[in-house]
Write a protein of this length. Structure first.
Lengths: 265, 258
């Protein structure tokens, strides 16, 4: 349960003959409970990869499957955290988190227990009855993460989830996500253009080329993290000072630079 | 209770009444045959309030008009909002219905009055039908636009959460579109009053428009003004009521509107 598989996936936007090829022969396997980040130049189709796993878009060729099942439509087994939060502003925090559970037709008692634990997990207990507009951006994204976690999904799909947050909040949320990954590990597909974020969070980082996007390189961060024992630090800035971290980050930077450099602009 | 803005507004009204008094009564620049003085207005008001005019007292005329507007408006939003939601949600429904709208929309609602009277006579049902037609269009169009303007991630979030179709309409689509739906309702309400008065002017035996029509035939400027003021007050009161409902329903949206 919880693996993601891209097999020879192409994506063309517009008519097949004259359309724009966004993705070219993507092959990627994400194991259960593995955290994979995709980085790439803007417009490379990394978000499209996530949207196809979510079932919002269909591949033009190839197959995407989650837990061995071919993806055909959106569903609560693949919870999405959006860059713009996408909360329901007319629902309270509690109601936002509860909607997915109501859709599963769980009895009220069970729903309450699950919502309470999700609120607690994301430190939202005191804001349960607030409306989204009363919360800061970081708080809103906590609600969105709680709404995704409470579904107990096979995989968690995060589309530049911290891209709309300010730098400080962003760091707090990154640390929070690492904490979550330890408490409650999930299969995660994480899209970002922030290189440090990818290296800090992911077990593996996939680097994409510019459009039409292909996977250029996959870096195994986990083996380095374990060998260098990054987890002995609580704070992201301490990890970011390590030579092994800097080395990885620079490698990815250079790889992305090449992609930008080969663009005509 | 009354804020700074309220006092300024009251001041404007008071100034206009003073100007009215000045032009008609003090200086006599405007003759009573063209526009009534405050005293004539007061006499007309007392007449229709007590003894009655055009077959009834002011209250019965006003309540009758109010009833027709309420019924026409209710039918219009009960049909218009669902149709707008459906068109916004379903591309095929939009493709099928929109061309009909493009033809019907430019016809002024008042142009339906002759047909309505031909079909249903001078009674209430003809007026309700015309109000329905006139109030229906803004409801549909704004609801439709409201659905089309919903942020795509919000819909995608609801689909990702496995929201079934009916709950999607009730708890996601309709609330997300509600700011524009209420804009449509305000326009619909306005259209309802405009159309009602016009319909009563053309053919009616009771109602505020009928009072206006009789007063015109009787060359009675004081009563004309009473009729106009009554329509104005009724329109204002119903709009204010709708505004209260809107503020309650959209309380979650207050931050977005600031």
């Amino acid at each position: 349960m919880g693996s993601i598989l891209f097999q020879n996936v192409d994506k063309v936007f517009g008519p097949a003959s004259s359309g724009v090829k966004a993705l070219d022969n993507i092959n990627l396997e994400i194991a259960e409970k593995e955290f994979v980040a995709i980085v790439g130049p803007s417009g490379c189709g990394k978000t499209t990869c996530l949207r196809m796993v979510a079932g919002f878009e269909a591949p033009s060729a190839g197959v995407i499957s989650v837990s061995g099942k071919r993806v055909t439509e959106p569903g609560p087994d693949r919870a999405v955290v959006f860059q713009q939060f996408a909360l329901f502003p007319w629902k309270t925090v509690r109601e936002n988190i509860e909607l997915g559970l109501r859709n599963k037709n769980l009895p009220a008692g069970e729903r309450n227990t699950l919502v309470e634990s999700a609120l607690k997990l994301m430190n939202l207990e005191t804001h349960a009855d607030a409306f989204p507009h009363q919360l800061s951006g970081g708080m809103q994204q906590r609600v969105a993460i709680a709404r995704a976690y409470v579904l107990d999904p096979d995989v968690l799909l995060m589309d530049e989830p911290f891209g709309a947050l300010d730098a400080q909040t962003r760091v707090v949320m990154q640390e929070e996500l690492v904490r979550l990954a330890r408490v409650n590990p999930r299969t995660v597909l994480f899209i970002t253009h922030a290189v440090e974020e990818a290296v800090y969070l992911a077990d593996r980082v996939a680097i994409m080329t510019r459009r039409p996007g292909r996977i250029k390189e996959i870096l195994d961060v986990r083996s380095i993290r374990q060998a260098e024992n990054w987890d002995r630090f609580q704070k992201i800035e301490d990890v970011m000072d390590l030579e092994s971290f800097v080395h990885l980050r620079t490698h990815i930077w250079k790889s992305l630079r090449e992609e930008k450099g080969s663009q005509s602009i | 209770m009354i804020g700074r803005r309220g006092w300024i507004g009251l001041g404007t009204v008071a100034a206009l009444i003073a100007l009215w008094f000045l032009l008609t009564t003090v200086t006599g620049i405007v003759s009573g045959a063209r526009f009534p003085s405050p005293a004539e207005f007061w006499l007309s008001l007392r007449q229709i309030w007590g003894r009655g005019y055009a077959g009834g007292q002011l209250m019965s005329h006003a309540l009758h008009s109010l009833k027709l507007v309420a019924m026409g408006f209710a039918v219009a939003i009960a049909t218009g909002i669902p149709l707008g939601l459906w068109m916004g949600w379903n591309r095929k429904a939009e493709a099928a219905i929109n061309p009909v709208f493009l033809v019907i929309r430019p016809i002024p609602p008042l142009a339906w009055i002759p047909l309505a009277i031909l079909w249903l006579g001078l009674g209430d049902s003809a007026k309700i039908m015309v109000i329905w037609f006139s109030a229906f269009v803004p409801s549909v169009i704004n609801t439709f636009a409201g659905v089309r303007n919903i942020d795509r991630p919000m819909i995608e979030a609801a689909r990702m959460l496995g929201t079934p179709r009916w709950r999607m309409v009730r708890e996601v689509i309709a609330p997300a579109a509600s700011p524009l739906i209420f804009t449509g309702l305000r326009l619909s309400l306005q259209a309802s009053w405009t159309t009602l008065v016009a319909a009563e002017l053309v053919g009616a035996l009771v109602g505020v428009g009928f009072v206006l029509n009789m007063a015109q035939q009787d060359l009675y400027p004081g009563m004309i003004l009473v009729g106009m003021v009554t329509v104005g007050l009724l329109g204002w009161a119903t709009t204010a009521l709708l505004g209260m409902v809107e503020r309650r329903a959209l309380s979650w949206n207050m931050a977005a509107r600031d």
